[in-house]
Design a protein. Structure first.
Length: 82
């Protein structure tokens, strides 16, 4: 799966929890999930569960702590898929 394919699926998963729809329109690999998209930090658990289900991977708590930008999530998923 390409980085672009993973990114499109990650953005689709994030969409229901994004408070700043304007930022969503110009999302990139460097878009910060909490600061730019205004995703509530409490909702990150829902996002992680959705990512695990969508991509068939398991994301450890310590890995979640390293995900700040959309690109971090994309790279983590690609790494987990091997």
């Amino acid at each position: 799966m390409s980085e672009q394919d993973v990114m499109a699926r990650v953005v689709k998963i994030l969409t229901p929890w994004v408070k700043d729809q304007g930022a969503l329109a110009s999302v990139s690999m460097t878009t910060n999930i909490l600061d730019d998209l205004k995703v509530n930090s409490a909702r990150l658990v829902d996002v992680v569960i959705a990512l695990e289900d969508e991509f068939g991977v398991e994301i450890a708590d310590e890995d979640v702590d390293q995900v700040n930008e959309v690109g971090d999530a994309v790279r983590l998923i690609l790494e987990k898929q091997g």
